[in-house]
Design a protein around this ligand. Sequence first.
Ligand code: TRP
Length: 333
Amino acid sequence: MENVKKVLYSAVQPTNNLTIGNYIGAISNWKQLQDDYDCFFAIANMHAITVRQNPAELRQRTLSLLALYIACGIDPEKCVLYLQSHVSAHAELCWVLNTFTYVGEMERMTQFKDKSARHTENINMGLMDYPVLMAADILLYQADCVPVGLDQRQHIEIARDIAQRFNNIYSPTFKVPEALYMKTGAKINDLQNPEKKMSKSAENPNGSVFLSDDRDAVIRKFKRAVTDSDNLIKYDPETKPGVSNLLSIYSVFSKKSISETESEFEGKGYGDLKLAVGELVADKLAPIQSEQARLLSDKTYLDEVLKRGAYLANKAAGRTVGKVYKKIGFYQL
Ligand code: TRP
């Protein structure tokens, strides 16, 4: 029977701890998408090594991220959850696509410029090639859409350009993917520096709430959040970035609108708001954390998930690489 569902693809790097921003912006939305699409969710460990990693930590974070996907409600029976390095087609297609990508384009990518500035001691070819590997990820699975944060916009654009370039030179080979920017993905900012996005690698760790933070740490970080001095709880990101950030975090975690949230805190002080957000976030994280811990103690199960994922991903990706090799003139036996 012909499959009518569209294909959806996304991935996360198993690098630093994920923040509640990564959760709200990415993984928490994937759960709702899994019934409507044929989903592939990867753990991008080949991307991760573009910045030097500790091998034991990389291995550990790989399993933690897999357990987190499942703990967040992504069903490994419905979706293909797999590890990028288990599918050699990623490296193979990346190589081919490199010959359809210009050095100048890669040098102009903002993430490459940022990361080169931050890792001056290790500006390696992989860092520059990062977007081509990402294009290979997406194009291998003939993905229709790619749910990502706005920070990935340039990467999706390049993937589309490369796909179109190849399709024009040969014949339609790749689906040209669309980015899917989540509407609910209210931007979550740094608690210490509320005009900046909350990031996995902020200078001040009190500004980021990690999915792995325990209840006390979550509450402490919210208590210390930077606000302003007019003690008025009102949503106005321009003039009140700190308070607005707390209100939007409360609103996404409680699934209430911003105006409902504003009225809930009418007449209350910043201390009340900070405590309420901290407790709410801690309450929401607790069941995810305990499920993640439970899964992490069952390595046999996690390995089975990865085996199934690798099998299915290899099957899908192998088809695309086969087509590509044929079109470009690689002699086939
Ligand atoms: N670059 C993405 C990020 O850092 C992770 C990623 C790798 C990805 N390959 C992908 C996202 C393919 C979407 C599709 O968030």
